[in-house]
Design a protein around this ligand. Structure first.
Ligand code: 9J3
Length: 288
């Protein structure tokens, strides 16, 4: 039996090694430096909008990396109240060029509430999974159905949180950006959640929305609250976002750690906040 002991001790090491090499869905080959994560990644991106129709949302666009090794993880993104895909569209090429499949959607009604946006996001996750199985889809056989994230702006962010609250098994990571949902209570959220907020948000004030949302998520759920100092409601808007490089970097790190399960991203999120970021953030709270 004693001959087994060294093997037993080596097993966790071996598992770690395998995990870091094989992390399925991790298509980003470069080290997660500030520079590498602040802009588009190494992959070519294609888009298509001829996706099967579903009742839960209107049009959609799928962005995917053409030359990334699969299986690929996916992210569904919902815009905010009265907004359209173009408001969140920058995330398509940004994330897809780093190896993710991204679906941006238009809600059925631009005034749809967060609950409708939650169902739209879950339908989008299911649609991505079905694209994996649909002959003729550009994603046929290329997706990892177990690695899907939901994200959104404002009511779309409230929707992303609700989606994770109601369908924890269908989601692996959640990224609400300046989320809006009064009295939002996310005590059932088990999926790792990155809340991105702006301290000067005049539409979804952080004290009424993002911060209590974050606080309502159980301490047992991996979560980070990133608050841009002086940031408004549109810090992650394709046209109005003033520092999309920073927002995108933390989104990529969250997906890298929790969707691709690549431990190299842990330090980006849980190590020291880079000197250049310190003054940008009014709060950066991580748990656990
Ligand atoms: O999605 C959003 O930007 C929500 C903002 C808002 O004030 O909704 C009020 C109905």
């Amino acid at each position: 039996m004693s001959a087994l002991r060294p093997g037993r001790r080596l097993l966790p090491l071996l598992a770690l090694l395998l995990a870091s090499c094989a992390s399925a869905g991790t298509a980003t080959p470069e080290a997660p430096t500030v520079e590498a994560l602040s802009g588009d990644g190494p992959y070519d991106v294609s888009t298509y909008a001829a996706v099967p129709e579903v009742p839960e949302f209107a049009d959609a666009t799928i962005y995917h990396p053409t030359d990334a090794p699969g299986p690929l993880a996916g992210v569904a993104v919902a815009p905010g109240y009265t907004e359209e895909q173009r408001h969140v569209a920058w995330l398509g090429p940004r994330l897809a060029s780093h190896g993710y499949v991204v679906l941006t959607l238009d809600t059925n009604d631009p005034e749809d509430d967060p609950a409708a946006r939650a169902e739209a996001l879950i339908a989008a996750v299911r649609l991505l999974k079905s694209e994996h199985a649909r002959r003729g889809s550009p994603l046929f056989g290329r997706l990892d159905a177990d690695r899907m994230a939901v994200a959104g702006h404002s009511m779309g962010g409230g929707g992303a949180l609700l989606a994770a609250d109601r369908h924890p098994d269908e989601v692996r990571a959640v990224i609400p950006v300046t989320p809006w949902l009064p009295e939002g209570d996310f005590r059932n959220v088990e999926d790792p959640t990155l809340v991105i907020a702006g301290s000067a948000d005049g539409i979804a004030a952080v004290d009424e929305h993002a911060w209590p949302h974050f606080r309502s998520i159980p301490e047992s759920t991996p979560k980070v609250y990133l608050e841009i100092d002086g940031g408004g409601h549109f810090i992650a808007d394709s046209e109005r976002g003033e520092d999309l490089a920073t927002v995108g970097r933390y989104v990529l790190a969250w997906l890298g750690l929790h969707l691709s399960e690549d431990e190299r991203y842990r330090d980006v999120l849980h190590g020291e906040v880079p000197d250049a970021d310190g003054p940008k953030f009014s709060r950066y709270v991580t748990s656990p």
